[in-house]
Write a protein that binds this ligand. Structure first.
Ligand code: ADP
Length: 516
């Protein structure tokens, strides 16, 4: 029987999706795998099929009981021998499951990380051949991720305890830090790293000023009467207030946050998942493990924590592949509030810096006139060739950008001349030939780039530097303060003769020098 027979007989599919063949082949050859792919990309099959095909136990570590139950129910319906061992299992159930495992009757076993590392469990698995160990939602192991779970750190023992069993870690998170952290923390040996596309083509992205967020939300909901949606709020209090306000406006809505009693929280979630309630106003506590494919919109009433969170949270919309809306209400005050909260928090200094850096990436994303999809995918290191996605506010606006390649070239030339040693503010001052005191030094005045872009306002130039960072021509990094340097693409552009267009936001006012 071939793997294709197994795919057809149990799953009813006739072919594999991108990355599935590579992932499955690597595990088959006993290589560790790291698979990064958007929600709905078909990650589960990658670790489910081999244990079923080889009739050899595969272990799946998963962070939430609800996630495990959903997957196990789904597998059982397909006639696959899958079980879960978790804190909800009764002693009797546990005993029966353990016996079935020993007798080789189980092919997929879902466990929580704490159970997996327990002595009893390790003993149970001692002499049982394993086909693989899968770590679902693997970003939970990383502090740099958006959903760090300390219990996941204990999974470091896996490769020590089962050095010969291939491990596959999967996640829909894509930043390089998290990716590297997963490999390091899990001690994966020369893993086969597979990165799928993170483009969610059915999601429309839109960012609005939050001046009249409540009114706009009510108007939006009145036009989307029978559709389910999540509204993410920053605080517990605002989930309750907004939900109350929606109800007063005749919209069916419930709050969800970690401060609610367990039974209330469960009831509200159930009511939303079963379409008895249209809207759930929630904190970030809501989401992972919610199996509802027809969420038609995700609204951020307040600013999320960072781009990863924004991507994850909006990613809960449209898992059925149908058109869905993502609207974020943005206000600079929200960002100031979050910086204050980060500073006040008790994380260590380095971590605070990381949090702030991520927050700034998000605010720049909000303020950018560049295609949202382009910005999101670039953030996750994915190339996106298309110039206009037609599914975001910036691409739908009339002529939001112009080909400003001559200016872009001058900015890149300036950064190159400075050898990536200065930050955005100085670059802008140099280009506009600023008369500011710190520019008086000969070191600046001697530069070829000094005063080459006097006709553009400094504010506009700052914006353009950001856009060039967004578009991948420049990079911004640095531990103490961010310096701007040329990326590989920027260097290629500067040295090349192509003169390809570079789209930047249209300057508001040209022809006048301003140091605003
Ligand atoms: P993820 O875990 O990456 O979010 P899932 O594993 O839930 O994605 O899969 C998303 C959808 O794609 C599911 O409906 C699943 O049945 C479907 N799917 C997975 N593999 C295939 C395949 N080879 N052919 C067709 N559909 C598939």
């Amino acid at each position: 029987m071939s793997l294709y027979d197994t795919l057809r007989d149990y799953w009813g599919y006739s072919s594999f999706l991108p990355q599935q063949t590579e992932a499955i082949s690597a595990i088959y050859l006993k290589q560790d795998v790291l698979l990064l792919k958007a929600t709905g990309g078909g990650k589960s099959l990658c670790y489910q099929i081999l244990p079923v095909h080889e009739k050899k136990l595969g272990i799946v570590v998963s962070p939430l009981i609800s996630l495990m139950k959903d997957q196990v129910d789904d597998l059982c319906q397909k006639g696959i021998r899958a079980v879960t061992l978790n804190s909800d299992s009764t002693p009797d159930e546990k005993r029966r499951t353990e016996t079935a495992i020993r007798e080789g009757k189980i092919h997929l076993l879902y466990v929580s990380p704490e159970r997996f590392v327990s002595e009893r469990f390790v003993r149970l698995l001692k002499n049982i051949p394993l086909s693989l160990i899968a770590i679902d939602e693997a970003h939970c192991i990383s502090r740099w991720g958006h959903d760090f779970r300390p219990d996941y750190r204990k999974l470091r023992m896996i490769k020590k305890t089962w050095p010969d069993v291939p491990v596959i870690a999967v996640t829909a998170t894509a930043t390089r830090e998290v990716k590297d952290d997963i490999v390091r923390q899990l001690n994966l040996k020369d893993p086969c790293v597979l990165i799928g596309s993170f483009n969610r083509t059915n999601l429309n992205y839109e960012i609005r000023e939050s001046g009249n967020a409540k009114g706009e939300i009510i108007a939006f909901l009145n036009n989307h009467r029978d559709e389910s949606g999540i509204i993410y709020c920053f605080s517990r209090k605002s989930t309750e207030e907004l939900s109350q306000c929606l109800r007063e406006n005749g919209i069916s809505s419930l709050p969800y946050h970690a401060g609610l009693k367990d039974n209330v929280r469960r009831k509200n979630q159930e009511s939303f998942v079963r379409d008895k309630t249209q809207i759930i106003c929630a904190t970030v506590a809501f989401g992972m493990g919610i199996n509802k494919p027809d969420i038609r919109f995700v609204i951020h009433y307040e600013l999320p924590k960072d781009i990863e969170s924004y991507y994850q949270e909006t990613g809960r919309a449209g898992r059925d592949g149908l058109h869905s809306e993502c609207i974020l209400f943005y206000n600079r005050g929200d960002s100031a509030k979050q910086i204050w909260l980060i500073d006040k928090g008790d994380s260590d200094k380095d971590y605070k810096e990381v949090q702030k850096k991520k927050l700034f990436s998000l605010t720049r994303f909000c303020e950018s006139p560049v295609c949202r999809r382009h910005a999101l995918l670039t953030y996750f290191g994915e190339e996106y060739e298309q110039k206009n996605c037609e599914m975001c506010d910036n691409c739908r606006k009339e002529n939001p950008r112009v080909d400003a390649k001559e200016y872009a070239w001058k900015v890149l030339a300036c950064v190159s001349e400075l050898n990536g040693q200065l930050g955005r503010g100085k670059i802008v001052q140099i280009l506009s030939g600023s008369s500011a005191k710190e520019m008086e030094s000969l070191r600046f005045r001697k530069l070829k780039s000094f005063g080459t872009v006097v006709e553009i306002s400094e504010k506009q130039l700052e914006q353009w530097v950001d856009e060039l960072v967004f578009q991948g021509y420049l990079t911004r990094s640095g531990r103490r303060y961010p310096v701007v340097s040329l990326s590989k693409e920027g260097k290629t552009y500067l040295n090349g003769q192509t003169g390809a267009p570079i789209f930047l936001s249209k300057p508001k006012k040209t022809g006048g020098k301003s140091h605003g």
